[in-house]
Ligand binder design. Structure first.
Ligand SMILES: CC(=O)SCCNC(=O)CCNC(=O)[C@H](O)C(C)(C)COP(=O)(O)OP(=O)(O)OC[C@H]1O[C@@H](n2cnc3c(N)ncnc32)[C@H](O)[C@@H]1OP(=O)(O)O
Length: 392
């Protein structure tokens, strides 16, 4: 194998991009590639070639993310990372990550985030687990408490093209104050959502609108000797009020033929559990969600406008420009460090999804001056945990 240097792909080279990504995920039939191609124009793509053959790719979308405090920050939504089987464990991914983070730094983006296919891949590149998601299942017929208030205006099934404008408006209003929610301004959301529909034999999505919320879901039809055993898989559920939220869940849990409603991207504190007479009827499993990378530590800290003034000693072996002492405000300092941590752990705590106290309990954060750990942990913590309902 020759030179493994990653480089930016021009428009013509990007034609090869879907086939490499598809090969990496063993999803490269013509139908797979056709579904994926409309996304390519939205992706800033990097590739690694072995001679004339492209063997590895990585890309990103230009997204935004809502930070604690309500500010929206640019976010590189890292996506479509893959190396062809037969070319792995020789540094192709490392070369792609190197180039991607260098390019993003040069373009002035302070944050990158991704969903990891496997949990052991991205920590070495300075990504930390910043949000968690809840694989939540509810049996249909789960009873709501008698005092739950429901916005009784009807929920209606609507065709995709009529639903999307309403969905985008509702999402934008709600996303503005939900920590971790990504913005859809680059136009990639619609082709992404469309691409997922037929993926891995899934049924098309259905769109149900309420005047103050919506749910997008996919049914799976199954019949057993005892009758129907359908599942509804929610992919998006957005409500502008608690009463609309209750209306959407009632809609989902009262479906004829359906036995289970599943949502893989529920929040870890998903309010539906508090609507139920028997909260145990909700099955919940917490897994990692967004992995966040602070590409520019001082800019990222400044964007959060944190209270308190603790001095952090940050290590970052993959992006050494971040190493050094930083105040929580993002200002560089020569004052003695009060807390020492790696950039991946600062990223994990950055949106409030993990606290520094939790990380310290695992030995990942060292307190150098008494009191500094609690002060910094409180400064970064948020009242509600972050979540991110969009996949990319
Ligand atoms: C955001 C997303 O798109 S996530 C999707 C990621 N893609 C996939 O899962 C598709 C299937 N897998 C692949 O295409 C490849 O195996 C990749 C992209 C995960 C890794 O590519 P490679 O070129 O083999 O990685 P590379 O050789 O640069 O490995 C760098 C280091 O990460 C480690 N590593 C790589 N992949 C994995 C893994 N899946 N699990 C654990 N460690 C891994 C390597 O062992 C190596 O460690 P070292 O530095 O200690 O030797």
């Amino acid at each position: 194998m020759g030179n493994l240097e990653a480089r930016k792909l021009d428009a013509a080279e990007k034609d090869a991009f879907p086939a490499v990504f598809g090969a990496a995920f063993l999803e490269d039939t013509e139908a797979d590639l056709t579904r994926f191609r409309p996304l390519v124009p939205f992706i800033t793509a990097l590739g690694v070639c072995d001679g004339a053959e492209m063997i590895g790719v990585a890309g990103h979308y230009d997204l935004t993310i809502t930070l604690p405090g309500g500010r929206s920050s640019p976010l590189a939504g890292v996506t479509t990372v893959g190396v062809r089987p037969g070319h792995r464990r020789r540094g192709v991914l490392s070369s792609l990550m190197r180039r991607q983070l260098d390019d993003l730094r040069e373009s002035g983006v302070a944050l990158a985030a991704l969903y990891a296919s496997e949990g052991a891949i991205y920590g070495r590149f300075g990504y930390g687990m910043a949000t968690f998601e809840n694989h939540l299942s509810l049996p249909t017929g789960a009873r709501f408490r008698a005092d739950v208030e429901i916005d009784e205006r009807p929920v209606r099934e609507v065709a995709r093209d009529r639903a999307l404008p309403v969905i985008h408006e509702q999402h934008a209003r709600v996303a503005a104050d939900r920590i971790g929610w990504t913005g859809r301004g680059d136009g990639s959301w619609e082709p992404l959502e469309h691409m997922r529909q037929g993926r891995q034999g899934r049924n098309p999505s259905r769109y149900a609108l309420h005047p103050a919320g919506h749910v997008i879901y996919r049914p799976t039809q199954r019949w057993t000797e005892l009758g129907p055993d359908y599942q509804l898989e929610v992919t998006h559920l957005v409500a502008e009020t608690p009463q609309a939220y209750a209306a959407l869940w009632r809609y989902l849990t009262e479906f004829d033929l359906v036995r289970t409603v599943f949502w893989g991207k529920a929040a870890i504190n998903e309010p539906v559990v508090h609507l139920l007479t028997d909260p145990r009827s909700a099955e919940q499993r917490i897994v990692d969600g967004l992995w966040l990378r602070l590409i520019d530590v001082p800019a990222a800290l400044a964007a959060r406008e944190l209270p308190g003034d603790v001095v952090l000693e940050v290590t970052d072996s993959f992006c050494p420009w971040n190493e050094g002492r930083w105040r929580l405000s993002g200002e560089s300092t020569t004052a003695p460090a009060q807390l020492a941590l790696d950039v991946a752990d600062l990223a994990a705590a950055y949106l409030g999804g993990t606290t520094l106290l939790q990380l310290a309990a695992a030995g990942r954060v060292r307190e150098l001056e008494p009191g500094a750990l609690t002060a910094a942990s409180r400064a970064l913590a948020t009242d509600l945990p972050p979540s991110c309902p969009d996949a990319f």
